[in-house]
Design a protein around this ligand. Structure first.
Ligand code: NOJ
Length: 547
């Protein structure tokens, strides 16, 4: 492969989670192996060679533990087993062994904030006020008028308190009533959860993504949240009508994260701890912990939350880079199972290519969402087929999260090779035959080949893996920056507009010969260029090597 370097042998000595790229593999929709219309572990195992070919380094697996699936696996009844829908522990072990053989790491989603209401812990807790596990969850008396103890709202709509008639108390649920929150101030509960983490570490997993890490501890006095002065019901979910001051991001949560980090360190310092986060400011930075005693990757979802505008994105990258503590490693997420797909967010398909080049050329570990390498858009879901409880409970949420969770498109066989069932659990996109992995593999200029080429260039190039990120001042629709490590330097120019643009290079960059390695259009041969100006075509992103 032409990387633009004569010598690609020298690699920075960094842990795998810094040099690597993470791929969120939404198991339900990746590959079905038993014809029930739902993806599973054996199906994923069959597709591992594809992921190795693509060039990602680690897979993040959403929950596959036993669950009534009220929130598609984020409502768990047993931390240390596999739901029969997804396979068995043996299938899991086989998956890990094969993944490791192929050089792929496995990162599990764990959900310490809540369980299913069917979990034996909650069944015991709700059985009586005096049961020893009563306080493993958050129980409170009603107000004198019978109403909930405070005004906290559920992320899925309505009050976050559910009444338990037999024991005459409310319990707290940040999400569905079927997902009661655990009480992390209870030492025995904490120990029981840590034992579950060790169970998976002992089976060889390489790290965890901690679901809603910022929710784990709540105000011990249960004070009311204040109203959100910026609430807009047209664009925001109903729980955003208040500022989640007292039920999230409690200052003591960082001690808990440090305990998780210490637990993982016993298995190796490169054992990865990712925290789900939706902050973009100094609150995000705090989850790295004092001197790095927290999560290595407080997930940075600001490429999802920032408007698709080069100036806004450039400003946020500068802000994020400036905020990072010296020891901290950056990371970027382009999509996940909770947010609309990037191809839909950016509109024109060519912009999804630009987004991929952006993600894979920034400084820090990228997280890619399955199917984004094919440029898959959100799939419209007929109202009768909507399954997401978020959509069902909060009418402002439209089709909820189903549109971004539809099956992976593999080949031209029925149901795109995802399942042999007559109907997959969610429908395929109407024009799926043009979008499949196999179709794109045959097409050298496809989004799939672009993604693969970017992944391979990044893997081969220390400047792209670990080099400094330096912005180039631009106006209007261009975003430009360099990545530099020692003698190696890349220039990336991204055109967000449907018209060609010209970048006048800063004086320091003009003198260096440059060579275009890759265009998002996949049609430029690696060519040498020169002069003070660089032209990019409509919606084009280019990656150049500077000498
Ligand atoms: C975040 C997960 O990503 C989401 O899918 C889930 O509904 C909530 N946490 C609750 O666990």
């Amino acid at each position: 492969m032409d990387t633009g370097y004569e010598d690609t042998a020298r690699r920075p000595a960094l842990p795998w989670w810094q040099t690597g790229v993470l791929y969120e593999c939404y198991l339900r929709s990746f590959q079905d192996s038993n014809g029930d219309g739902v993806g599973d572990l054996a199906g994923l195992r069959r597709r591992l060679p594809y992921l190795a070919w693509l060039g990602v380094d680690a897979l993040w697996l959403p929950p596959f533990y036993p669950s009534p699936q009220a929130d598609f696996g984020y409502d768990i009844t047993d931390w240390t087993a596999v739901d029969p829908r997804f396979g068995t522990l043996e299938a899991f072990d086989a998956l890990v062994a094969d993944a490791h053989r192929l050089g792929l790491r496995i990162v599990l989603d764990i959900v310490p904030n809540h369980t299913s209401d069917q979990h034996p812990w909650f069944q015991a807790s709700r059985s009586s006020r005096t049961h020893p596990q009563r306080n493993w969850y958050l129980w409170c008396d009603a107000k004198p008028d019978g109403s909930p103890p405070n005004n906290w709202l559920s992320a899925f709509g309505g009050s976050a308190w559910a009444w338990d008639a037999p024991t005459q108390q409310y319990y707290y649920h940040a999400f569905l009533p079927q997902q009661p929150d655990l009480n992390w101030r209870h030492p025995a509960m904490a120990q029981a959860f840590f034992a579950a983490m060790r169970f998976w570490l002992d089976r060889g997993v390489d790290g965890f993504r901690v679901d809603v890490m910022w929710h784990l501890l709540k105000d011990a006095q249960y004070r009311d949240n204040p109203p959100n002065p910026h609430y807009d019901p047209r664009t925001m979910p109903s729980n955003d009508m208040q500022l989640a001051l007292y039920n999230t991001d409690h200052p003591d949560v960082h001690h808990l994260v440090a305990r998780m980090r210490a637990l993982l360190n016993a298995y190796g310092e490169d054992c990865l701890l990712i925290g789900e986060m939706y902050f973009g400011d100094d609150r995000l930075m705090r989850y790295y912990g004092a001197h790095g005693a927290g999560a290595q990757m407080p997930h940075n979802q600001m490429l999802i939350l920032t408007p698709w505008d080069p100036q806004a994105i450039g400003a946020y990258i500068r802000r994020y880079e400036a905020m990072l503590p010296a020891f901290a490693w950056p990371n970027w997420v382009l999509g996940n199972h909770d947010k609309p797909r990037i191809a839909t967010r950016v509109g024109r398909p060519a912009q999804a290519r630009l987004a991929m080049m952006l993600l894979l050329t920034l400084r820090g570990t990228p997280t890619l969402y399955y199917g984004d390498e094919l440029g898959l858009p959100n799939v419209p879901i007929p109202p009768a087929q909507i399954q997401d409880p978020f959509a069902q409970r909060d009418p402002g949420r439209g089709q909820g999260r189903d549109p971004q969770r539809t099956p992976m498109l593999w080949d031209h066989t029925p149901q795109a090779g995802f399942t042999t069932a007559a109907r997959p659990w969610l429908p395929l996109h109407a024009d799926w035959p043009q979008r499949t992995m196999e179709a794109q593999r045959q097409e050298p200029t496809s989004m799939l080949h672009l993604t693969r080429r970017l992944l391979h260039l990044r893997r081969a190039d220390p400047a792209l893996q670990a080099g400094a990120w330096t912005p180039i001042a631009t106006q209007g629709p261009l975003l430009a920056y360099t990545r530099e490590q020692g003698e190696r330097r890349c220039l990336i120019v991204l055109n967000f507009a449907p018209e060609p643009q010209e970048l006048v290079l800063p004086a320091a960059l003009r003198r260096r010969p440059r060579r275009c390695l890759l265009s998002t259009w996949m049609d430029r041969a690696p060519v040498a260029e020169g002069g003070p100006r660089l032209t990019v075509r409509s919606d084009e992103g280019v990656l150049l090597r500077l000498r």
